[in-house]
Design a protein around this ligand. Structure first.
Ligand code: ATP
Length: 238
């Protein structure tokens, strides 16, 4: 078994009096793709935001490779954890290439940045074609690709993806999932939030189903795909 990289224990997060996460425990092994699925409002984004220090935690611990994860977003990136937020959030007034450069802010060497950009263009040939185009004028799928590529420019060891397939046409969704598979094969560990539960289960080594801020069901992707309770409760299938 590979070492457990990310360990979250007894995590509780509230917004004022509203509890968003209650005693959540999650483990992600090195090299795995792990998915968090669940209905709207289940607490999925809050979970990612608490890992990257974007929301304060009330209780519990988050460790990465045995060390406490810093609660400041910029320090979390230095620990190798990079979040690609929901809604893509590229810099709309910057070109594709400028967006990629922003992602490489931790790398000082210009030559190294140029080399990393070329690597991104191999992974995302469409971005190479659009390198001088403003991000605002890209299609939804292209913006998602750019958001992921910009995250990769920070050289993550653990990539957190928040609903990368949201609002994309089915063929583009397939291409995003293929990309996640390639990223994983390149040695990057992936924690994925997805509403597209079936695709997430097929892609993932392990899945957690969140319900009302708690882990309701967990198991390998294959086990959840064969679990009637999951199919009925979350996918409306009998
Ligand atoms: P979705 O799939 O709709 O994005 P989610 O599973 O990611 O949902 P969260 O966004 O984590 O869920 O929200 C969990 C709960 O916390 C929800 O009830 C939500 O209304 C609440 N919540 C989230 N952010 C805030 C906030 N900034 N202030 C107050 N309540 C919040």
């Amino acid at each position: 078994m590979k070492p457990v990289a990310l360990v979250i224990k007894d995590l509780c997060v509230s917004y004022g009096k509203t509890a968003a996460l209650l005693d959540v425990g999650i483990e992600v092994q090195d090299g795995q793709i792990v998915s968090i699925i669940g209905a709207n409002g289940a607490g999925k984004t809050t979970l990612l935001n608490s890992i990257t220090g974007c929301v304060p935690i009330q209780r519990g611990t988050i460790t990465y490779n045995g060390e406490a994860v810093c609660s400041k977003p910029h320090k979390v990136v230095r620990q190798g954890i990079v979040q690609v937020p929901e809604g893509r959030r590229t810099f709309s007034g910057l070109t594709v290439e400028e967006n990629l450069m922003v992602g490489a802010y931790l790398t000082k060497s210009r030559g190294e940045v140029a080399g990393m950009i070329e690597e991104m263009y191999v992974l995302f040939p469409r971005l190479k074609e659009r390198r001088k185009q403003h991000a605002a004028t890209l299609s939804g799928g292209e913006q998602q690709m750019l958001a992921i590529a910009r995250g990769l420019m920070s050289k993550p060891k653990l990539l957190l993806l928040d609903e990368p397939s949201l609002g994309l046409a089915p063929l583009v969704v397939d291409s995003v999932f293929d990309t996640i598979r390639s990223i994983s094969r390149s040695g990057i560990t992936v924690l994925l939030i997805e509403q597209n539960a079936i695709k997430a289960m097929k892609l993932s080594d392990y899945c957690y189903v969140l319900k009302n801020g708690r882990v309701d069901i967990q198991g390998t992707g294959a086990a959840l795909l064969a679990n009637d309770q999951v199919l009925q409760a979350y996918l409306g299938k009998n």
